[in-house]
Every structure is written in structure tokens, then in C-alpha cells.
Design a binder for this molecule. Sequence first.
Ligand code: ARG
Length: 459
Amino acid sequence: QPSAIWGGRFTGGPAAAMRAINPSIGFDQRLYAEDIDASKAHSAMLAHQGIIAEADDAAIRDGLETIRREIEAGTFTFSAALEDIHMNVEARLTELVGEPGRRLHTARSRNDQIATDLRLWVRGAIDRLDGELAAVQKALIEQAENGAELVMPGYTHLQAAQPVTLGHHMLAYVEMFGRDRGRLADARKRLNECPLGAAALAGTAFPIDRGMTAEALGFDAPTANSLDSVADRDFALEFLGAASIAATHLSRLSEELVIWCSEGFAFVELSDAFTTGSSIMPQKKNPDGAELVRAKAGRVIGGLINLLTVMKGLPMAYGKDMQEDKEPVFDAADTLELCLACTAGMIADMTPNAENLRAATQRGFLTATDLADWLVREAGMPFREAHHVTGRLVALAERTGRDLPELTLAEMQAEDARITEDIFGVLTVERSVASRTSLGGTAPDTVRAAAARARERFL
Ligand code: ARG
């Protein structure tokens, strides 16, 4: 038979496939707390404006708190025939308090209701994620402090380039996650306007006070345009965009962990808590945590593409298509939270192998740039010429199976007579990193200062 909610003009009921595709209660029940909060604010405003009686408001707000308790106790029965969280709550409210429950929907629509609920939910998710991103930053900063002196190869093209410190490498990710927090905070600022009172799309003839509901729900202001209020989901897109970028950063970090704990590198050991064994190869310790964080970025990015695609062709104002906004948002938030928890744990537990990190710097002529810089500084050579002289010395070292500091002074002077004994002072990796004291550079003292600054900026 026709729907109990809107069946007035209907004689027939929905088909089975329609009953399967139409409801959102399976996923939007997660919005129960936001829905109840928004309904309480709406009811109080209706009473304040004399649109409903104070006694109705009191009954409504009481009933809504009962429903909150029922849902939290797991005794609430959700009904797919009632489609969504809004109708499930309202129907139960009417069961509980009778007539006043039927007055709650005055001067609002599910369209402004859902826009309000989802904004509130995303705002809460942003606040949780901010703390979880900070926890990852904290683990990275602690590794940076412990690793301020640990030399390792820095790479470009995954080819050994110049020596850096592990601490410096950790702090690079601290910056990325700091920007992720900034992006989420920006999204939060823009989403913090209240759509409630836009009603279905055109506003309402009732003398509502939108400022009052906006304030009660912690919004900065009501939204300015009723059509936009019910039609816009760019707050969800921005959230998914920021989440996708953060997930991408987590994925890159995980990729490095996978490389670093592989046999060929052995730069770090991951803890038992974030690795798994093999059912056949007893020696294995696999970085499954890192691999899954790397892979789950795909889900978050998928959510962004999903919702962009849903939204791109929708005319004003509300369309049922928008009901499909929730699952990608929930999934992205859940996935990101899981990945952040896993990453914070993996980084906190990670044990760097100082010998292997340093040993890797002894291959690949990492101090070639230091040699060239010395020629510029001490011999007054133009950098391009110094580059060539150094290149010839690297070729000689490579041909004869040695590292740069193992060349003799005579061999070097044969390439350029201006080279002196002093050169050997700059050819060790420790000297190389210690010399990189420019702002944002990799020298241990600079890294220690940067870690201290990062604590102030982020923790
Ligand atoms: N469940 C709907 C959603 O998630 C709520 C709004 C429904 N509005 C409507 N006019 N059917 O978008």
C-alpha cells in the first residue's frame, strides 16, 4: 500500500525493487545524533517564535531524548518503509508523544534537515581527524628527535642523491600532515553555515528565526540562499578532497616503509604489532599494515570521484541523487581514521637500523655535490666547471671500485691542481649533513630546532 509518509496522493505502493533502492536508513542511521540535535534546535525555535506551543516543544524534546537513548541502547527498531533517519525518528516521536510529534515538521523539509545533519556529521569527523592527524605528527616528531643524527641516503628518482638525516625525512611528512589539517580546517570554516530553515527549497512563510537554530547547533551563521542550502554538497566534496590528499600522503609514507623494511634496504624494522607472518615461509615478516594503508587510499579517492560524478549533472535544487552522498563520506572518514591509527602505531613502533642507514650512504657517491661545492668555495671555480671536475673524479672512483674519500690527493690534483688536502674534510657524509644548515635543511642541529618548532606548531 502507499507510503505512510507521503502516500496521500498515491493509490499504489512501491515495487519491490523500488523498496530496495529507495531507503537510506541502512546507512543514514549514523546521523541519528545530528538529526536529534537539529530537531531539538528546530522545535525550540518554533516554540520561541510562537509557531508551536511551549508544551509541544517540551514534549518533543523529551521524546527526542528518549529516542536517543533507545538508539544508543540498541532497542530502537529502524524501518526501511520509513526510508531514512528523519522519518524513523519522527514516526517514533509521534508514537511516544502523540500530536506534538506531528507538529515538529512545521517549516522544514527533509531537504534542509539532511543538509544540516550531514554538515554536522562532517564537522564532527573533521574534529576527530584533526586529533588523529596530530597523533601521527607526534609519532613522526619523536622519530625525528631520535633520528636527528642518523645519516641516510636522500633520494631523487629513487636514486641515491645526497645524505640526509632520518629526522629530516620524518619532518617532511610532519609538514604534509600539517597542511592536511589546514585543509580540513578550511573546509570546516566554509561548511559551518546552517541550512536549516531553507525548507524544501524556497524558504518558508512561517516566521522562523534561522539565526537561533544556527547558533544552537554551533554554526557561525545561517546559509544565505535557500536553493543553495539544499542543493550544495561541496562541503562534502571538500572534505573528500582533503581526505584524499591526506590518504595520499599516508600512502606515500607507507610505500617508503615497505621499501625501507625490505631485504635490500633494511633501514628500519617494523614491530610485530603491525606485521604478519607467512603461512608457508617461516622467516617472513610482512609489512601488511603499511601495504593496507597504501591500498586504502584508493577507497578514499574513490569516494571523492564517486560524489563528484553524482553531483556534476544535477540541476537545482535537491535531487534524490544526493542521498548517495553519505556512503562515500562515511567510508572515507572511517577509512582515513583507520589508516591514521595504523600509521601512528607503525611509526611510533618503528626501529631504525643506524648501521644500515649509514652503510647505504657509503655507496652512490653521495658527497659528490659537497666536493663540487668545495671547488666553488675554496678554489673559486664556477659551479658548472666544478660539476665537470667532480664528474671526472666520480668516474675515476667508479672505474677503480672506490668511494670518493678513497681517492688519493695526487689523483685528485691530476684532475685539478687547485685541490688540496682540505678536500677530505667535506667528503664524509657526517660533514655533508652537518654543513646543510640553511633554513629547512638537513643538518642535525637544524633538524632538532625544526622538531622543536614542529612541536609548538602542531602538538
Ligand atoms: N534520505 C534523503 C537524503 O539522504 C533525505 C532527503 C529526502 N528528501 C526528499 N525530498 N525525498 O537525501
